[in-house]
Design a protein. Sequence first.
Length: 144
Amino acid sequence: MERDTKQRVAKSYAKQKAMANIGAVLVEIGPGTATIELPFQPELTQQNGFIHAGIVTMIVDTACGYAAFSLMPPTAAVLTVEYKVNFVSPAIGEKFIARGRVLKPGRTLMVCQGEVYAVKGGQEKLVATMLATMIAREDSGLVD
C-alpha cells in the first residue's frame, strides 16, 4: 500500500472525534482492509455490563468505511450508505477488535464485510458481523 494512502487514511481517522471519545484506535490499514481496537470501558456498557450494541456497530462501521476509503481516489470522501448487523454473542472482553474489508470495490459504491471480536484471556470470540455499502463522493471540504 502506498505511503500517501496510509497517511490520507490516518489523517482522516484523526478527525474522527467520536472514535477518539470512546478510545477506539485505528491499528492497521491495508489495501481494502482496516482494523480498529477498542479497550473495554465501563462507560460504554449497557444495563447488563456488555459493551453497547451501538458502540459495537460504531467501530465495525468505521472499520468498513476506512477499508473502502483506502481504495478510493485521493479526492474522495467516504460515507456509509447502508448496513446490516448480526449480533452473535454478548460483547464481553478486555478489548474489542473490529476488522473491515472490501468484498466488491466499485468506482462509486463498495460492498464491505466486517466482524467484531471480543478478546478475553488472549482468545477471540465473534461478537458481530456486518455487511455494509460505502459510497465514494467528492470531498467537498465542508468539514475540516
